[in-house]
Design a protein around this ligand. Structure first.
Ligand SMILES: N[C@@H](CCC(=O)N[C@@H](CS)C(=O)NCC(=O)O)C(=O)O
Length: 228
């Protein structure tokens, strides 16, 4: 069984997308990051970075003690290796998939995250920061659009790279991006959106929380964290 420590945010959706697609049984443990659940000692034991998502696999491949994993990219890679799905074994295909997974982890995720921060949540309007992250998000959308010009998915068949990227495109309007200017990305986006497993993954989120996470008192939990 996979124990999933989760909240209804893009990095959380990546993992429900995988679990639903692979039809792996899992239990959801909601970690309400707006309430500060990510600082509970029991959560920090498996996710020392006080961020969701994290998993505990109580039945790891090869047996033995449960394995816990944090960082969404590492979780997707772990689950792909466990199931043998959505990450090819052959070296070239695997490398191609992983480089797009890490493109999301090191590029699109952090840049779009800063875009969300400065465009939607910052207590003051800082045009330089807003422009920088909206432009960088736009550049990354352009890279993805070009990549998708002559292929159905970012790396071969539907893979953990697509699962990592998709939830960060869902809020494209709030990121001040226009999908009409990225026709290949738009086609890919709607194709993934209509996958039954993706619909099920987002339905899981709707059962747990439909409110925006970064509102009211949650802002003082989520913004301005320093080492403790
Ligand atoms: N690189 C991490 C980022 C995880 C992350 O930023 N999670 C956010 C929600 S999407 C979170 O838990 N935030 C809690 C906080 O800021 O305290 C991953 O991909 O797992």
């Amino acid at each position: 069984m996979i124990e999933l420590y989760y909240w209804t945010t893009p990095n959380g959706h990546k993992i429900t997308m995988f679990l639903e697609e692979a039809e792996l049984p899992y239990n959801v443990h909601p970690i309400n990051i707006g309430n500060g659940d990510q600082f509970a000692p029991s959560f920090l034991e498996i996710a020392p970075n006080n961020r969701i998502p994290a998993i505990v696999d109580t039945d790891p491949k090869g047996g033995g003690a449960p394995i816990s994993v944090f960082e969404s990219g590492a979780i997707l890679e772990y689950l792909a290796d466990k199931t043998g799905h959505f990450l090819p074994a052959e070296t070239r295909a695997r490398t191609e998939t992983l480089q797009w997974l890490y493109w999301q982890m090191g590029g699109l995720g952090p840049m779009a995250g800063q875009n969300h921060h400065f465009v939607q949540y910052a207590p003051e309007r800082i045009p330089y920061a807003m422009e920088r992250y909206v432009n960088e998000t736009n550049r990354l959308y352009g890279v993805l659009d070009k990549r998708l010009a002559d292929r159905g998915f970012v790396a071969g068949d539907y893979s953990i790279a697509d699962m990592a990227i998709y939830p960060w495109i869902v809020p494209y309007e709030r990121q001040q991006q226009d999908l009409e200017t990225f026709p290949n990305l738009k086609r890919w986006f709607h194709e993934i959106k209509s996958r039954p497993a993706v619909e099920r993954a987002y339905a899981v989120a709707d059962r747990i929380n439909t409110a925006p996470t970064v509102i009211g008192d949650a802002k003082s939990v989520l913004v301005g964290q320093a080492a403790s």
